[in-house]
Design a protein around this ligand. Sequence first.
Ligand SMILES: C[S@@+](CC[C@H](N)C(=O)[O-])C[C@H]1O[C@@H](n2cnc3c(N)ncnc32)[C@H](O)[C@@H]1O
Length: 285
Amino acid sequence: MDWRQVRVAAVQHQADDIEALLWSEGALSVTLTPRDAPELLEPGPGETPLWQTLTVTALFGDDVDTDAVAGHLGARGLLCSADDLEDRVWEREWLRYFRPMRFGRKLWVSPTGFEVPDPGATVVWLDPGLAFGTGTHPTTALCLDWLDANLESGACVIDYGCGSGVLGVAAALLGAERVVCIDNDPQALDATYANAARNGIEVERGLPDQQLPEADVVLANILAGPLIELRPKLCGAVRAGGSVVLSGIKSDQGPVLRDAYASDLDALEATEREGWLRLTGRRRA
Ligand SMILES: C[S@@+](CC[C@H](N)C(=O)[O-])C[C@H]1O[C@@H](n2cnc3c(N)ncnc32)[C@H](O)[C@@H]1O
């Protein structure tokens, strides 16, 4: 079956009305995407913030006269367009953008069903889902690179802000003996459970009120604000001489994070990738 779509340019306060109108015209799905708007980084669980400027896209079956739908919207002064959409295997569309990726020397993240071109690889099998973390984002990639280069087998690892669990699962597959994954979003903990199971391993999971073990490594890919707030907890959970790996820091936030962690960590090192920083250090005795 072929599909039709109508795309409408909107500003934030128009979005609800446009969406309601598109549903009333028979839309099968309505999607909101940003238009020349800055990234909305990491809303809290249950929060649904919206961009200032966006595109509202509605999908219709080929039995709907989408030129008429666009006409109704145009009559309200809205800028919109209608066009046809060729049918595709939509369930596999994301594969166009997500292929096996290598981190460091031997760590790979791959969608299921692909062949990883390295027989000695450690592979995290992972399909994109609702929780953040596939390795395509530089903040995740920076942590995966660190794990590949630095993780010692037998380590106890905390993945704080685990999202999909990609870092915790990678740590377990690279030889960590104990992995504790924490997130304030229960959906992320479900995703972590499913992704660990898909890789044939188990990790411990919990909300932030969970008691943390003394770890050799604490990884936290969150954002600068929460990383500063969480400093006592993250540094308190790692043994003296153990590693703290912080990611989700914009390059211009490096100095603030460095200052915040300088009294807890030795040997602070920053690594940059595509405008994002990873900050690592060793817990002072
Ligand atoms: C950018 S994602 C990182 C996911 C994954 N660890 C990765 O590296 O791709 C950040 C995750 O931290 C969680 N998070 C944000 N603030 C948090 C907090 N204060 N306590 C625990 N988890 C938090 C979010 O729900 C989200 O799943």
